[in-house]
Design a protein around this ligand. Structure first.
Ligand SMILES: [Zn+2]
Length: 123
């Protein structure tokens, strides 16, 4: 069984690879699509949504550079919050916040990167 932190690191690696493969940001939303800093325009968020403009603004705001910054911040959280043997009870605690493993911060990261994680699964 792979540790939750290992699965999170793998999910962060995957998310980063997806962001790196995309056109570098920042992106800017226009009426006809999204443009990069070179003013190259391509259709993004061509949806049937009545909020097509808002969808493009949202997608442009979540461009690859932004996503990679978020991933870097999440890696820092995971670097500090790791599993360590508990001192006062059987099992494990978080080395940073001393709460039971996995702590709230790691659970929050798992909710982003491992949304299908079985909550009853050993961590
Ligand atoms: Zn913690």
């Amino acid at each position: 069984m792979t540790d939750l932190a290992d699965r999170l690191r793998a999910a962060l690696d995957h998310a980063e690879a997806v962001a790196r493969a995309a056109t570098a940001g920042p992106w800017h939303a226009l009426d006809g699509g999204v443009v990069d800093d070179d003013h190259e325009q391509w259709p993004v968020a061509d949806t049937d949504s009545k909020r097509n403009r808002e969808d493009r603004v949202f997608i442009a705001a979540n461009h690859p550079v932004h996503v990679m910054r978020a991933i870097a911040a999440h890696r820092e959280v995971l670097r500090h919050h790791f599993k360590t043997p508990a001192e006062h009870h059987p099992g494990y605690d978080c080395a940073w916040c001393r709460y039971h493993w996995p702590c709230f911060d790691v659970e929050n990261l798992a909710s982003i990167y491992l949304p299908d994680l079985d909550q009853g699964e050993p961590r």
